[in-house]
Design a protein around this ligand. Structure first.
Ligand SMILES: Cc1ncc(COP(=O)(O)O)c(C=O)c1O
Length: 435
């Protein structure tokens, strides 16, 4: 292990993050189980890319079969690619009737920015003040939730995303009535738009993650995202929903996270789970926007939406439907929320259940969450994550204080495996709370 770590540092450098004090080396996986180099098995409560399960046989077979038949760049006709486009577009509202394929979430968001800035003739971007949407130059200029040396661009205004269950709404969680939180948050949107206009940037777009996952799974007031979208459109900008985290049924409530907010975005960006680990991303948009962008730009993507990627994407859609994974995410999510609420009653230093479906967590505090002086406790959160790892269950943490336990298993998780995840969490909380 040390040897591999040294070789990694000596070749890839030490800067790319590794999880855990003692990093794990996995050698194979299936379903929600990962096997390490010693032969020990870990329950995957973290990874959303293997959406329908690690090494799902149908996805593996689809990739292998297509790779053995034809894999070629995207400048020839291929029925599999068009089949996939049709199947994927059928999951969206009618207004979103075109798709551009890419290879990653970053590429998708970068392309969405190009489309929005060209459409609006403006350059101003609204972004959450603690978020991550990718690693290109344009996205580095709007990155607020990770270190990026470029720093925020002058054309960027940040929004504090309200959280009715969070530690960052003024005062103890939930102290303010929902409509007061909504009014204040939308006033902030108005001010940000006015500031962009006054500075001459105008408004090109708002980009947000429909689950507000990097922020810490914020529960926004009803109407917040609708109000935000209306204001951006009134100012001439486009609404970009980043579904890299919240898409493909992750929330259980809907196939797409933006539906949970009652909006139809102008652009939807996708990545991570789309190919179950095979690099695949995309941007869904109305024909009118593509017809504006297309003639002005010779946009072409060598790998984006090649036949093997399309085969992987199609197999993911098939498995999601045949194994009822979105419905199961909803059922499991409901049971998880109830169990987390019960754990909160036993360990008052954890907050209310956060998230939706199979992306869930709890804020970890330094004392009972209901106490006026309660503060998010990143060290305690890390201790819980490490205690879970010690018990061979993978989870992580998110949020601006790194104090929200982040649990996001493959959608393929079975009820008995959910029970094991929750029982292990109960043990880890008991261990850390007893220190
Ligand atoms: C919400 C969101 N958008 C975009 C990205 C970037 O995706 P990728 O790493 O595939 O470029 C990420 C990656 O973590 C993400 O979480």
């Amino acid at each position: 292990m040390t040897d591999l770590l040294t070789r990694r540092f000596d070749t890839l450098g030490p800067y790319s993050p590794l999880f855990y004090d003692r990093p794990l080396e996995f050698v194979r996986a299936e379903g929600v189980w990962l096997t390490d180099a010693h032969g020990d098995r870990y329950l995957d409560g973290y990874n959303n890319v293997p959406h329908v399960g690690h090494a799902h046989p149908r996805v593996v077979a689809a990739i292998a079969e297509q790779a053995a038949t034809l894999n070629i760049h995207t400048r020839y006709l291929n029925d599999r690619v068009v089949d996939y486009a049709e199947r994927l577009l059928a999951t969206f509202d009618d207004a979103l009737d075109r798709i551009v394929f890419t290879n990653s979430g970053s590429e998708s968001n970068d392309l969405a920015f190009r489309i929005a800035t060209q459409h609006s003739g403006a350059s101003g971007i609204l972004i959450s003040d603690f978020s991550y949407h990718g690693h290109t130059q344009a996205l580095a200029r709007v990155t607020t939730g990770l270190r990026a040396h470029e720093g925020l661009g002058p054309h960027v205004r940040t929004l504090r995303i309200p959280d009715l269950d969070g530690a960052d709404v003024d005062g103890p969680a939930g102290a303010q009535p929902e409509d007061a939180v909504l009014d204040a948050a939308l006033r902030e949107v108005d001010e940000a738009i006015a500031s962009l206009q006054a500075a001459g940037f105008g408004v090109a777009a708002v980009l947000f993650d429909s689950l507000f996952s990097t922020e810490g799974l914020n529960r926004v007031p009803e109407g917040y995202v609708r109000g935000l979208a209306e204001r951006v459109r009134r100012a001439g900008g486009l609404v970009i929903a980043d579904e890299v985290q919240s898409g493909f049924g992750r929330t259980g409530r809907s196939f797409w996270g933006h539906r949970n907010h009652g909006i139809v975005p102008d652009l939807v960006t996708m990545g991570k789970p789309m190919g179950n680990g095979h690099p695949l991303g995309g941007v869904a948009l109305p024909a009118a926007l593509l017809d504006e962008f297309g003639p002005r730009n010779m946009y072409f993507n060598t790998f984006g939406g090649n036949p093997v990627s399309a085969a992987a994407g199609l197999a993911v859609l098939d498995v999601l439907a045949d194994e009822r994974l979105v419905e199961r995410a909803q059922e499991n999510g409901r049971a998880i929320r109830a169990a987390l609420a019960q754990l909160g009653a036993e360990h008052p230093w954890i907050g209310v259940p956060k998230g939706d479906g199979l992306f869930f967590g709890v804020e970890v505090y330094d004392r009972p969450a209901a106490d006026a002086g309660a503060r998010p406790d990143p060290a305690r959160t890390k201790a819980v994550v490490e205690a879970m790892r010690h018990r061979r269950v993978l989870v992580s943490r998110i949020g601006r204080h790194d104090s929200v336990l982040k649990m996001r298993p493959p959608l393929a998780i079975e009820a008995a495996e959910v029970d094991l995840l929750l029982a292990t969490l109960a043990d880890a909380l008991a261990e850390v709370g007893g220190r």
